[in-house]
Design a binder for this molecule. Structure first.
Ligand SMILES: [Zn+2]
Length: 285
């Protein structure tokens, strides 16, 4: 009798695990949306780990195994190199895999080239970092809700309820950031990796980007950045944990300033936008 009970319980536990919807997200911020909207019905893993660089990341064999068993893949969809290189491999590995393109319905902005890069190779390219504005977060939330309902219609009511709650929070986060930034007078900021263009556009700030997606600067480009920062009375160079700080430190030294870290890929989406806002405000006063 005990043995039977044990077997029965064991069976239940296993079934609970396997009946959760298996989801893989490209980057941490997207997994946040899956966790919040999917709640206890989903099991989500992330491709690019904390500190990994989505412009150059390659999946591990373990991740490929996990991907083979997933029901749903949430991709960034805005031209991140890692997806451009790997999506077709993922699909040939798992032909049942449904793919949600999280960018659907988002208005992408072109990469703003600075005169720093006289020969820009970014003609017509869009800035891929769209998730870093709360209003785009609302679009992502709706996309994730639809994808979860399609993949797992049995829990539709929960997905709708969780999405409504999250959208509420994102709307008040948007107002909160707006309010905090109103008093800032010098609205230009210098950032090494150009990830904060959507955030800047949403809140009336101006991002001055140092590098172009992963390339290091020539001495001449460095000098231009330094001049531009001095002209704009900028004292802080923002860096991301995913990228080398060496050139950013050099620029900071030249402008008698400092580097500060803001993370475009943190998994605690809302808290991260709050943290970044505080960091921006402190440096733009
Ligand atoms: Zn980037």
């Amino acid at each position: 009798m005990l043995l039977l009970l044990a077997l029965f319980l064991n069976g239940c536990v296993q079934q609970n695990e396997t009946t959760k919807l298996q989801v893989v997200a490209s980057i941490e911020p997207l997994s946040y949306f899956v966790k919040r909207i999917g709640g206890t019905h989903v099991d989500v893993s992330v491709m690019v780990p904390p500190g990994g660089n989505p412009h150059s990341y390659e999946p591990t064999p373990r991740q490929m195994v996990r991907l083979g068993k997933a029901a749903l893949f949430i991709k960034v969809g805005s031209g991140v190199e890692f997806e451009l290189d790997w999506m077709h491999r993922f699909l040939s590995l798992n032909r049942k895999l449904k793919v949600l393109n999280a960018v659907e319905g988002v208005r992408l902005l072109p990469i703003k080239s600075e005169e720093i890069h006289e020969e820009s190779h970014h003609h017509g390219r869009n800035d891929p970092h769209y998730w870093l504005s709360p209003s785009n977060g609302i679009v992502i939330a709706k996309n994730v809700e639809h994808a979860l309902i399609l993949a797992d219609p049995a829990h539709k009511n929960d997905y709708v309820k969780n999405r409504i709650q999250l959208v509420d929070e994102l709307q008040s986060l948007n107002r909160e950031i707006q309010r905090k930034l109103t008093a800032v007078t010098n609205r230009r900021f210098l950032v090494f990796h150009p990830a904060w263009g959507y955030y800047a556009a949403a809140f009336g700030l101006e991002q001055i980007a140092v590098e172009e997606e992963g390339k290091s600067l020539t001495p001449r480009q460095m000098q231009r950045v330094i001049n531009k920062a001095k002209e704009n009375h900028i004292k802080v160079v923002f860096v991301s944990p995913q990228f080398s700080r060496a050139q950013a430190e050099t620029i900071a030294r030249e402008i008698s300033g400092v580097t500060r870290s803001v993370d475009p890929l943190a998994g605690d989406y809302q808290e991260n936008l709050r943290r970044a806002t505080t960091t921006f405000i402190e440096s733009m006063q």
